[in-house]
Design a binder for this molecule. Structure first.
Ligand code: PMP
Length: 427
């Protein structure tokens, strides 16, 4: 696993040029030069199976998106201060996938930028500032959003107006989870009020990705959302990870839970790699904000971005990728559960659609997290030329998130590599 001289030199230049805040994946970092479909290629032309990058959810360098970007970039690239048909058509189509009461679509460039705007809207509507999030949530990088992104680590301060609740850990919590999670959200809002902080919002990611991929059971969010509304706060569904069909049952992760968000934020796979993100909102929630605060985002909703996004939506709908995510996801989880007898340190296999979490433990009885084992598997798979990563508070959950175009054959390729790595690592 020695680094070759070229790679070592690039890593040195990277840290010299980009500074100390960036992190690379893997003990042996990966240099990539090209992508196509579910495959990524290194400079030698070696192919890596991508089971991780949910931005390029309809496949790397998807021609339909590349063509839409090129065509629009060659025609007109302007902003939302001018009238343009593409943004209207796209907003109409996207809003049609949302619950009826969500009536407006606003555009940003990143998920962080979307959450930042959502918070401003929620704070303006409620007149409060209090925010409740899960313990290892990630919502983004702006100043205001990093203050409620505890997964950034203990060195990044949470805001004094932020309270965290334990993630809904289905592996450890059992039957009372829905009520317990709802009660925790209610208690967090009560605590904010007690400190003189008026509640503004509860935000959660539809699959609790950075918390460790907690998918369900479907419907379990209802109590938490009810507690949020009872506290006078809004429920923001962060669909940056779980949106656009990823969870396999519906277009949006929150739809698995049959809850009704006041604001929905989205990004990542929206443009299949082109930076486009957004906020969908109930008209009454944005009404006052809209009157007081003029909103303009130079690149948000530019004509090229919405053409890219429209091409992505076309492919998701035409190829029924939501259903593919559901089917292939079920198959992968079943096969991985089949490995648990032989490899009992696979404590839990969970997820929805093509968002899969595999929890590695030191011992099945105590369910003690084993981060070193998860890291060894992630690095082992990289040597097998299969890409995944890890997540969770204890960093012991394999995060498997292949493109939605992943086939059963791709899944078999992945599973064979995983089995080889488990054999090597555990036997
Ligand atoms: N919300 C969630 C749930 C995310 O996973 C991310 C990105 N990992 C963000 C927000 C922020 O998105 P971006 O990196 O585009 O700013």
């Amino acid at each position: 696993t020695e680094l070759d001289a070229t790679t070592a030199d690039m890593i040195r230049r990277r840290s010299e040029l980009l500074g100390p805040a960036y992190r690379l994946f893997y003990e042996r970092p990966l240099h990539l030069v090209r992508g196509e479909g579910v495959w990524l290629y290194d400079p030698e032309g070696e192919a890596y199976l991508d089971a991780y990058n949910n931005v390029t959810s309809i496949g790397h360098c998807r021609p339909e998106v590349v063509d839409a970007i090129a065509d629009q970039a060659a025609t007109l690239a302007t902003n939302t201060r001018y009238i343009h048909e593409a943004i209207l058509e796209y907003a109409e189509r996207l809003l049609a996938t949302m619950p009826d009461e969500i009536g407006h679509m606003m555009f940003t460039c990143t998920g962080s930028d979307a959450n930042d705007l959502a918070v401003r809207i929620a704070q303006s509507y409620t007149g409060g500032t209090g925010i409740v999030v899960t313990e290892t949530a990630y919502h983004g990088i702006t100043q205001s959003v990093s203050e409620f992104s505890p997964s950034l680590g203990e060195n990044v301060d949470l805001g004094p107006h932020v309270r965290t609740v334990p993630a809904p850990d289905s592996y450890r919590m059992g039957d009372g989870m829905a009520q317990g999670f709802g009660d925790a959200v209610a208690a967090a809002f009560a605590d904010l009020k007690r400190h003189g902080i008026k509640p503004a919002l509860f935000i959660c990611d539809g699959i609790f990705a950075s918390d460790g991929v907690f998918d369900g059971p479907a419907g379990f969010l209802a109590q938490a959302v009810a507690a949020t509304h009872a506290a006078g706060a809004l429920y923001i569904a962060d669909e940056v990870q779980s949106g656009f069909g990823r969870t396999g049952d519906a277009m949006w992760g929150f739809q698995r839970h049959d809850v009704r968000p006041d604001i929905v934020t989205m990004g990542k796979p929206m443009g299949n790699g082109y930076p486009v993100a957004g906020v969908a909102v109930r008209p009454d929630v944005i009404e006052e904000f809209g009157r007081k605060a003029r909103y303009f985002n130079t690149f948000g909703g530019n004509a090229v971005a919405v053409r890219a996004a429209a091409a992505v939506l076309d492919v998701i709908q035409k190829e029924d990728l939501v259903e593919n995510a559901r089917k292939v996801g079920i198959y992968m989880r079943e096969r991985m559960r089949g490995l648990q007898t032989e490899f009992p340190r696979i404590g839990d296999v969970r997820g929805a659609g093509l968002f899969i979490g595999v929890e590695m433990v030191a011992d099945l009885e105590t369910k003690t997290p084993d981060a070193a084992l998860a890291t060894a598997i992630v690095n082992g798979l990289r040597e097998e030329k299969v890409l995944i990563s890890g997540c969770a508070k204890a960093a012991n959950v394999l995060k498997i998130r292949p493109p939605l175009v992943f086939t059963r054959d791709n899944a078999d390729h992945f599973l064979a590599a995983l089995e080889r790595v488990l054999e090597r690592t555990l036997k």
